[in-house]
Design a binder for this molecule. Structure first.
Ligand SMILES: [Zn+2]
Ligand SMILES: [Zn+2]
Length: 686
């Protein structure tokens, strides 16, 4: 079918060899079976774990040691992945966006508009001086590659992504970098697996890496810093070292959170603390949980304070074999996060972000479960009514003891059966424009009176669009108003651009919503997710729009990774190979337009661009000349097309210093000209 002189690779191995030449590989590092330590650096030669004495390698049935490790993690070095961003003029220009195209006004459209970014620039002016230094976000989340086939397996990738890029390129899959792949849920031992990444980040901060910048045609020292992490609440606890369970679950309020034991679990109340000191609500004990509230909002800990406190504590080593009980002096601290080894980490204004997607989903579940009185989801249970009786508040909601048997009457904040049916019918009748939302109607069970199979984006649309319209005439006005305010809160908070004045308003609104909810719903309604909402506007002021700090892009990516599993016995092997190939192909995609430009320039006027011939993109041509698919035959034409000549002329007009000097000899194996060496041993050279 193809012409005989086509340059396609002969087979899968051949293609893989070509891609390996690009230098975007990965390392396998052996780990202890119980997550205590890595056999890495000074421990590379050990055969048993130093903490639990577990053997590093698997044993045969005859008790003989094999050379098959018990557990392996994959590490994808960060430096070559950052360097590739500067190998094309397009991406190199984009990486300067945050400084050169940034607009200083009241609108927040990028993390660079946040207070945290600005303060970082003031604290580290020498880092901020070069816009090419990379600011990273770090996200981690687990997924089950087996789905229903094995409920216990979890795969945990850790991603970093550059924030230097313009808003429309930030968080896009092409620029995501997987750095670590762990074969199970590591719990607090995630720090064991972060070791290689933190070591590389420390080196990237203190020494940097010599990198070739295609835009200027010169070498420069590339440095990088992690600005914050993005996690759901369980992963937040792993990365931040603060357990998000128990009486002190809020990682922002820490020991000063108002929590209490209601209906067999911890509930988080007392949101009057965020209102003004003389607000009337502070005295209304009967309307709230029976207590007056005089305290001001909880104090927030600075990074230095946290570090100083953690340095005074002793923590048990990592691993599954270690006891988890901790003394009361530790509060909720489970370990000292390894990220504090980064010299700048304690100076950051915002270190961790609870993911807004999960907050919105959980709040929706609690709220809708209660107002629709869905069995199993509602927080207005018999226990909750007895709890109200115990505290002696809201007599109208106590159990009805008129007959022999005590009854739970439907509360004023729940819909009557007919109203519930009307609401569900309304939801199932709504039609959305294509691509706006999934078909929510399929998730509604009108007769069963519940929802099934809602996806996280459905919650997002439901909360902001359907809920305020659907409940208007079905619930009392006092209940509808705060719910509408809550819908508006999420709508404004998750917008792509935020006005600073709007965020200040949101900060006020959410306190109103939570206080009004406290006066309506029983204490069991106030889960940790309900409370976390009170901190979201503050975080938006610090770090800009939520779009760059939520987990939607990561979840989408995890879904794609799940599909790449071919060998069910070793899912991580399939995932890592598929990812490395994707990264290499994206790299080629970024490099190819650049190469066409360079190639054309050398063919037409070689004397004007003498240096182009030694540049890395041109070096890659040797691979593509052999392995190029037929559509790339354009690349081999001796003379450029008229459009291309125009392009070259334009380029000459724009370029002020047409790469007059060849790049200096690099120090890293992955820097530009070293890439040529890689390629020389590939199929093109052989
Ligand atoms: Zn061990
Ligand atoms: Zn809090």
């Amino acid at each position: 079918m193809l012409p005989t002189d086509n340059g396609l690779p002969k087979g899968h191995k051949h293609a893989q060899k070509v891609l390996n030449g690009l230098g975007l590989g990965y390392e396998k590092i052996h780990a202890c079976k119980n997550n205590c330590m890595l056999f890495y650096k000074e421990h590379e030669t050990l055969d048993t774990c130093l903490i639990c004495n577990e053997a590093r390698f698997k044993m045969t049935s005859q008790n003989r040691t094999t050379n098959i490790p018990q557990k392996v993690m994959c590490y994808l070095p960060l430096k070559p992945r950052l360097q590739r961003l500067y190998m094309s003029t397009h991406t190199a220009t984009d990486m300067r966006w945050h400084k050169e195209k940034w607009v200083d006004d009241d609108v927040m459209r990028h993390p660079a508009d946040g207070e945290a970014w600005k303060e970082f620039d003031q604290t580290f002016p020498e880092f901020a001086a070069d816009p090419r230094n990379v600011r990273l976000g770090l996200a981690t989340d687990g997924f089950n590659p087996y789905e229903v086939l094995n409920q216990h397996h979890n795969t945990w990738p850790i991603f970093v992504f550059p924030y230097n890029l313009p808003p429309w390129k930030c968080m896009k899959k092409e620029y995501m970098m997987m750095t670590v792949l762990i074969t199970e849920d590591p719990g607090r031992s995630i720090d064991v697996y972060l070791r290689p990444l933190v070591d590389e980040l420390k080196d990237l901060w203190t020494n940097g890496v010599r990198t070739y910048d295609k835009l200027t045609g010169k070498m420069f020292t590339l440095r990088a810093a992690v600005m914050w992490t993005v996690n759901d609440f369980p992963a937040y606890a792993m990365v931040s070292g603060w357990s998000t369970k128990g009486y002190m679950a809020c990682p922002v309020c820490k020991e000063d959170v108002t929590s209490g034991w209601h209906v067999g679990k911890v509930c988080y109340l007392g949101h009057q603390r965020w209102s003004s000191p003389d607000h009337e609500w502070r005295e209304k004990d009967k309307e709230f949980d029976g207590n007056t509230e005089r305290r001001l909002r909880p104090r927030e800990w600075s990074g230095d304070e946290i570090l100083e406190y953690l340095n005074r504590l002793d923590f048990a080593p990592f691993g599954k074999t270690v006891s988890r009980t901790r003394p009361s002096t530790h509060m909720n601290w489970t370990h000292k996060p390894m990220l504090f080894e980064l010299p700048y980490w304690s100076k950051l204004k915002l270190r961790h972000n609870p993911d807004v997607m999960h907050v919105e989903k959980n709040v929706f579940d609690t709220l809708v479960g209660t107002i629709l009185d869905i069995e199993g989801k509602t927080k207005d249970t018999i226990k909750a009514r007895l709890d109200l009786e115990r505290i002696g508040i809201r007599r109208g909601l106590w159990m009805n003891k008129d007959s022999d048997k005590a009854r739970r009457d439907l509360a004023f904040f729940s819909m009557k059966p007919n109203d519930k049916k009307e609401f569900l019918k309304f939801v199932s009748s709504v039609k959305f424009p294509d691509g706006y939302a999934s078909n929510i109607a399929r998730c509604v069970n009108v007769d069963g009176g519940k929802f099934t199979g809602l996806k996280s984006h459905d919650y997002h649309v439901f909360m902001q669009r359907l809920l305020p319209v659907g409940i208007r005439h079905l619930l009392p006005e006092d209940v509808v108003k705060p719910i509408m305010l809550l819908s508006r809160f999420f709508f404004q908070l998750t917008a792509k651009t935020l006005l600073k004045t709007d965020i200040l308003q949101l900060r006020h609104d959410i306190v109103q919503v939570l206080c009004k909810f406290e006066m309506i719903f029983p204490p069991g309604f106030f889960t940790s997710m309900m409370h976390v909402m009170v901190h979201l506007p503050e975080e938006a002021l610090l770090a800009g729009p939520v779009n760059y700090r939520w987990i939607y892009p990561i979840e989408r990516l995890l879904g794609e990774l799940k599909k790449s599993v071919r060998n069910r016995a070793k899912p991580e092997g399939s995932i890592i190979e598929a990812w490395v190939q994707y990264e290499s192909l994206t790299f080629c995609g970024i490099l190819l337009p650049q190469w066409i430009l360079d190639r054309a320039a050398t063919t037409v006027e070689p004397r004007s661009f003498p240096a182009v011939t030694v540049e890395p993109a041109a070096a890659i041509s040797s691979v593509f000349t052999e392995s190029a698919p037929p559509s790339f035959s354009l690349l081999r034409r001796p003379n450029p097309t008229p459009e291309m000549s125009n392009l070259i002329r334009r380029r000459r007009a724009v370029t002020t210093t047409p790469s007059s000097e060849p790049p200096a000899q690099p120090t890293s194996a992955a820097t530009a000209p070293a890439l040529m060496d890689h390629l020389a041993v590939g199929p093109a050279g052989s």
